[in-house]
Design a protein around this ligand. Structure first.
Ligand SMILES: [Zn+2]
Ligand SMILES: [Zn+2]
Length: 144
């Protein structure tokens, strides 16, 4: 398995993190919660084991964006950095665009496409899911 180290942080540099692979569940999320949290139409994410992720500078501000979800961000500049679910406490999702090398990990699928902004056209051939990846891919999109 891939034990590569990934470093990243927020826009202002107050919060820095390190994560160790393997990174799993590489996806673009189009859900309304991600849209609101970031101001962007979709967010690329990767999942790491919680014990392989550490804040190495500053402190992560946490916001409960759904009953079982905590989103982590920089209190100074607002960069979205993490997503954690209470029922997946052994995992942490990290925004790929906050990595120092954002091209290092490549999203594989689109999730929560039912919330996608209508002016955004997905034409990259990646499988699409109406909600989470645990369901069947949408017709006409490749199988995962
Ligand atoms: Zn910051
Ligand atoms: Zn989302």
């Amino acid at each position: 398995m891939d034990a590569t180290s990934y470093a990243g942080g927020c826009l202002c540099g107050s919060v820095r993190y390190q994560a160790r692979g393997p990174a799993t569940n590489l996806c673009f999320c189009h859900c309304r919660s991600c849209q609101r949290a970031t101001g962007a139409p979709m967010v690329p994410w990767a999942t790491f084991a919680a014990h392989s992720f550490a804040i190495v500078r500053g402190a992560l501000m946490q916001y409960r964006s759904s009953p079982r979800v905590m989103r982590g961000f920089c209190a100074a500049c607002g960069s979205s950095l993490t997503y954690r679910r209470d029922d997946r406490s052994d995992e942490v999702d990290v925004t790929l665009s906050s990595l120092d090398a954002p091209a290092a990990l490549v999203p594989e699928v689109h999730i929560w496409v039912q919330d996608k902004s209508p002016w955004l056209t997905i034409a990259d051939g990646r499988p699409q899911f109406a909600q989470s990846r645990t369901e069947q891919a949408l017709p006409g999109t490749a199988a995962p």
